[in-house]
Design a protein around this ligand. Structure first.
Ligand SMILES: CSCCC(=O)C(=O)COP(=O)(O)O
Ligand SMILES: [Mg+2]
Length: 235
């Protein structure tokens, strides 16, 4: 018999929210703004530390304009680099504050998150997007400010999403055995890592993001659902 579910940990892109919002709205916004952002604010310590991290990876001294160009390339490749994600989050803050966009959330996800929270189930986020970017995302979602629904936030500062150790550290930080946490994601490799750490898993396979639903082999033994509605009826 499996352990009772005591908390839910959710991914964002492709799980609670559409891939196309991230790829077609957020990434191009950050790509366009990056050179100006680095030029105007690169001297601020909270920004400098990330630029220096990228410069070190590039082999040492390089001009900020070149660092910005390298990071634009990383955006095109969808690299989940912690420095890039931190800077993207700072850039998106302007976009949300000036109401250039609101963050997409699938209506079934917003509804289920509200129901689970109302039922007393603690909710957590684990995304490659930085924690500040996650807070902005759920704070300015199509369904309003949902930040109050969450008990905690995790990004790649705790470790990569495809590494079992990250999920062990998250379970420790939440203060529950991994077996009592359900992780939701659209990426099988992330679910594999969470399962290796002992978490329960559900593959979210949204038709809008994955027009060719994953078959049982591709799902690699993870329960596969097309929305949040069927995960745990609370009604
Ligand atoms: C929360 S900010 C936008 C999402 C993002 O930058 C990203 O890389 C999403 O990755 P995820 O781990 O949520 O699939
Ligand atoms: Mg995802």
């Amino acid at each position: 018999m499996s352990a009772p579910m005591k908390a839910i940990l959710t991914d964002i892109e492709g799980t609670s929210s559409s891939i196309s919002f991230v790829k077609d709205v957020l990434f191009p916004y950050a790509r366009r703004a990056l050179p100006g952002f680095v030029k105007a604010r690169g001297h601020e310590p909270a920004i400098r530390k990330w630029l220096d991290m990228v410069a070190t990876e590039m082999g040492g001294m390089c001009q900020d304009a070149m660092i910005a160009e390298v990071m634009q390339g990383w955006i095109d490749e969808d690299r989940k680099h912690t420095a890039l994600k931190a800077l993207q989050g700072m850039i998106w803050a302007d976009g949300y504050q000036s109401a250039d966009f609101t963050a997409h959330i699938y209506p079934d996800a917003a509804e289920a998150l509200r129901q689970w929270h109302a039922a007393g189930l603690p909710l957590y986020v684990y995304s490659s997007g930085s924690v500040p970017a996650q807070r902005l995302f759920f704070g300015h979602s199509d369904a309003g400010d949902l930040t109050g629904l969450f008990s905690g936030w995790f990004d790649t500062e705790i470790g990569g999403k495809r590494e079992a150790g990250s999920y062990r550290r998250i379970a420790d930080s939440i203060g529950l055995p991994a077996a009592e946490i359900l992780f939701l994601s659209d990426v099988v490799a992330e679910l594999d890592a969470a399962r290796e750490a002992g978490m329960d898993t559900v593959l979210i396979d949204r038709i809008e993001d994955y027009p060719q639903p994953r078959d049982a082999g591709q799902a690699n033994g993870h329960r596969r659902l097309e929305s949040f509605s069927a995960i745990m009826p609370t009604a």
